[in-house]
Write a protein that binds this ligand. Structure first.
Ligand SMILES: Nc1ncnc2c1ncn2[C@@H]1O[C@H](COP(=O)(O)OP(=O)(O)OP(=O)(O)O)[C@@H](O)[C@H]1O
Length: 359
C-alpha cells in the first residue's frame, strides 16, 4: 500500500454518544482536532491509539494499523501520546526521563536522537534536574521530548497546554512550532483554543457531536463563510505575512501579505523580516463600496466579493472576499448586504478594525 497520510474510519460509542468519522489527514505537519467539550476529540485520539475499541480502519503513511480483520494492539502501534499533564518519572533526572524511551527502542528503529530533542526543545540546561524542580511548561517539554525519543511514526497530543498558565503557554509554543517545522511525522493535536490552533495547525478537523463538520487546510477551512453555528461569532481568517516596517512613534507595524499590507499595533515588537500569522476576526471587518479615508480605519484594502452565506443567527451574513489571493471574512447584517447590493465578483473596499499576531 502506498497511500500517504492518515486514513481513519471509525465507528464507536458509549450509551449516549456515537463517534462516526471518515478522515484523510496529511502525513506530516500538525492536524488540529477542534470542537467544543464532549464532541469526541479524545475518543477519536483513543481510537487512533488503539485504546478505544472501535470498528473501522486506520492506516498511517502506508502502514495498516487496523482493518476489518485485524487491529494492532496499543503497544504495537508506533506512536507517542502526550496528555494535558503527562507524568514524568520523579526519581529520574530530565536526562534519565529522556533516555528512558530511547533505550527501550531497538537500535535499528531509532530515527530521533537525544541531542536533536534537546536542541528542538531547549532542554540542555535542564538535563541534571529532577521533575519537581521544573516549571509546568518545562515538564511538558521534557514529556514531549521523552515521547519523541521512542521514534514514533505518529505523535498524538491531547490538550498539551491546557494545564499551563498564559506565560508558560507563550513560552512553549515556539518549541511546538519548531517540532511542526522539523519533524517528518504527523502530529494530531487536540485543542479547545482557537488561537493555539490558528498558530500551530496546518490542517484542521472541526468536530461536533461525534461527527466531522468540516476539514481541510487551516486557511481555507477557517475562511469558509458557512462556519458551524458555535464558531460564527469568533470566525476569523489566518493570514501569513511578513513584517516590513515599524512606526515607533505611533506603536504600529506593517505586514505584507499576498494581496496587500496591514497596519496593526506593535504589541509584540516584531523585527522587520519576521514571518507571522495574523488573525483577523470576521466581526472586525466591514465593507464599503469605495475607499473613504475620512474615518478611523487604518486598513482599507481593495477586494472582490467571492461568495456569502446567511448565518444560522438570523439577520447576519458572512461574506467571503479576496484581496489578491488572500481570503477574508466579514460578518455584517443581512440588511447591509442588501443595501450595498453585494454580489459575487463585485469590487469593494475592506475596512479592517483590528489585526492581531496570533499568540
Ligand atoms: N468511558 C466512557 N464512558 C461513557 N461515556 C464516555 C466515556 N468517555 C467519553 N464519554 C462520552 O463521550 C463523549 C465524547 O467525549 P470526549 O472525551 O471524546 O470529548 P472531547 O471532545 O475530548 O471533550 P473535552 O474537550 O471536554 O475533553 C462525551 O459525551 C463523554 O461524556
Amino acid at each position: 500500500m502506498t497511500d500517504t497520510g492518515i486514513l481513519a474510519r471509525f465507528n464507536t460509542g458509549f450509551d449516549d454518544f456515537r463517534l462516526e468519522v471518515d478522515l484523510r489527514l496529511p502525513g506530516t505537519g500538525v492536524t488540529a482536532l477542534f470542537g467544543h467539550s464532549g464532541c469526541g476529540k479524545t475518543t477519536l485520539l483513543r481510537c487512533i491509539a488503539g485504546l478505544q475499541p472501535c470498528a473501522g480502519r486506520l492506516s498511517v503513511n502506508g502502514d495498516v494499523w487496523q482493518d476489518d480483520t485485524a487491529s494492532l494492539p496499543v503497544h504495537k502501534r508506533p506512536l507517542a501520546y502526550v496528555f494535558q499533564e503527562t507524568s514524568l518519572f520523579p526519581h529520574l533526572s530530565v536526562n534519565g526521563n529522556l533516555k528512558f524511551g530511547y533505550r527501550r527502542t531497538p537500535v535499528q528503529q531509532r530515527r530521533i536522537h537525544p541531542q536533536q530533542v534537546i536542541d528542538w526543545l531547549g532542554l540542555a540546561h535542564l538535563l541534571g534536574r529532577t521533575p519537581e524542580r521544573l516549571s509546568g511548561g518545562e515538564r511538558q517539554r521534557v514529556a514531549i521530548g521523552r515521547a519523541l525519543l521512542t521514534s514514533p511514526r505518529l505523535l498524538l497530543m491531547d490538550e498539551p497546554l491546557s494545564a499551563l498558565d498564559q506565560a508558560s503557554k507563550r513560552e512553549i509554543l515556539p518549541y511546538l512550532e519548531t517540532l511542526r517545522d522539523t519533524l517528518d511525522i504527523p502530529i494530531v493535536y487536540v485543542s479547545h483554543s482557537a488561537a493555539e490552533v490558528a498558530r500551530l495547525a496546518d490542517y484542521i478537523v472541526m468536530m461536533d457531536r461525534g461527527r466531522v463538520l468540516a476539514q481541510g487546510g487551516l486557511q481555507e477551512t477557517l475562511a469558509r463563510p458557512d462556519q458551524p453555528f458555535a464558531l460564527e461569532h469568533d470566525a476569523a481568517v489566518i493570514v501569513p505575512a511578513i513584517i516590513r516596517e515599524r512606526d515607533d512613534q505611533w506603536h504600529l507595524c506593517r505586514a505584507e501579505f499576498e494581496g496587500g499590507s496591514l497596519w496593526f499595533r506593535d504589541d509584540r515588537q516584531p523585527e522587520t523580516g519576521t514571518a507571522v500569522r495574523l488573525q483577523i476576526l470576521a466581526r472586525d471587518v466591514s465593507i464599503a463600496l469605495a475607499a473613504n479615508h475620512d474615518q478611523s480605519f487604518q486598513n482599507l484594502l481593495p477586494a472582490r466579493v467571492t461568495d456569502m452565506a446567511a448565518e444560522q443567527r438570523p439577520g447576519m451574513t458572512t461574506v467571503r472576499l479576496h484581496a489578491g489571493q488572500t481570503a477574508f471574512l466579514s460578518r455584517i447584517t443581512s440588511r447591509a448586504v442588501h443595501q450595498l447590493g453585494l454580489a459575487p465578483g463585485m469590487a469593494v473596499c475592506l475596512q479592517i478594525k483590528s489585526v492581531a499576531i496570533v499568540e
